[in-house]
Design a protein around this ligand. Sequence first.
Ligand code: PRX
Length: 645
Amino acid sequence: MNNKITTLGGYIHEYQKSVSDPPAFWSTIAESFYWRKRFDKVLEWDFHKPEIKWFLNGKLNITENIFERNLFERQNQPAIIWEPNNPKDKEKVYTYGELYEEVKLFANMLLSKGIRKGDRVVIYLPMIPDLTIAMLACARIGAIHSVIFAGFSVQAVADRVKDAGAKMIITADSVYRGKKKTELKNIIDEALDNCDCESVKEVLVVKNTGEKVNFVEDRDIWLEDAKKGISADNRAEEMDSEDPLFILYTSGSTGKPKGLVHTTAGYMVFTSFSFKNIFQYSDGDVFFCTADIGWITGHSYIVYGPLLAGATTIMFEGSPTYPDAGRLWDIVDKYKVNQFYTAPTAIRALMGYGQKPFEGKALGSLKVLGTVGEPINEEAWHWYHDHVGKNRCPIVDTWWQTETGGIMISPLAGITPTKPSYATLPFPGIQPAILDKKGKEMNDNSVEGNLCIKYPWPGMARTVWGDHKRFKDTYFSTHKGYYFTGDGVKRDEDGYYRILGRVDDVINVSGHRLGTAEIENAINEHPLVVESAVVGYPHKVKGQGIYAFVFCQELSTGGIEGIKTSVRKGVDKIIGPIARPDEIRLVDGLPKTRSGKIMRRILRKIASGETDDFGDTTTLLDPDVVQRIIDNSCEKKYEVKEDKK
Ligand code: PRX
């Protein structure tokens, strides 16, 4: 059976089945996969502990479900189409048969280097085919991959490598995205110099640009040398359903990123099933997700979901505006893309270029459009619908998270009636709940509150790597017995869900998820900075921008602009340019309560340009500080001093 829902009635029927008897529902879907040994129980769970196990005692390998299961039909079908950064360079197409050979050879090479089941391999690669091949090769031998987004910089990389206890790092010499070069190998060198990551025994380097890099003896090796003489004969490692497949780091309210652990069978079943149904993928279609594989969207809907479903998936190395703002539409036309999936921030950025980039582009192959990562405003939704979809493609606004593994609330394309900026209805198997401030579940429509999920689903993360307590504290303690998402939500009179954004100290900047504490820690590294507070504010293109209030001991070195520039540079270096503050205001104090807690809601208001009605400020230690921040008096005072000199 192909597990595809094709009508609204079908959705309602499947949804009801999935809620009335979840194990029976998921068991039927899981049956269509290839198991070395079938699972003997579908689910065991307890959200209080928390402990979640799906498809217990099943034995399988996810790559056998991509390759061996699909090969008979798909040997010569393109699995990955890789489109390079520079349109003048040639694309690369890997059929399922070719990709299979590459993955097996890479897997054997990893084995030859002593990597074994359960070892962690960090992959710090740009959007080149070796990235996907390396991930699948790890999965083939049971090594746990942890991909680090290639836009992260030294400290962010070091923290992740250390936390994962990686035995090997796979990187590249350098990469161009648009015209911008990133020297990945140098960043790895610096990261390894700065952390005591003794676990790392080897660094494999892909020759990507061919530019010169330094090599550390007995540690670094070119990938092409490591692959010499290795055979492509490989039998996949047998994995338990609950064996970890990968770790992916994401930001939370506190400074340290969390390594979410996804396991084998549940993730496989959930990503594949959600991919087929939400995007209504049919055999022969070409699917294009513009995300980077360094984020969960790329893991689930460039790599695993599509490949498990036997789809053709595009991997794009470049940027939407290089060499011009018509690049994505060129790609759509070049490969006759049928499903296109991107982030609202990209849509808003492209809106700014008007109609010219569409000239000469047909876009006639498109059937489905998707968005993910942040709320989509109505204007962007309509622009996407009218100009990209030419009024004939349904939009799926897909809500989900790194933690959820796959899409949770979304229309099924062309099946669920949509409303602009609504993620609409839960996917089968997903049981959302809206809780009020007191933690009471609200069962009616037309309510607003915290978005929780009250029943497990196969794709959910099982723990935080090395810190199960943190998993419990972050997701299962705010509302006992529920998984708490960190998002606010509204359910309207029709039972449709609209995501309102984060209710914690996490911000979504251009669809990238960042913790304010992480950015503050990076800013505080600056020698003149005493402390700082970072908040999000509405930004026309990015959705949310980063606003940093920075308290410096003295402003004598470099002047105001000099300090702001060096603060930004510091953040670039420590986390990466994605976390660079859009706005910085130097202040002579932060609004703190008597117990020392920064009142962020005040700063959020100031950052959004609202200067009245701050609510109750009586608990502030120094209430005058609020007015001084509004008046920008610290910077003004300094400017006067400068003038007098
Ligand atoms: O706030 C929600 C927002 O992105 C957060 C999850 O970020 P991350 O783990 O990086 O995963 C992003 C890609 C799956 C959520 O808590 N978010 C994601 N999708 C939507 C969204 N907000 C509104 N609408 C969406 N469709």
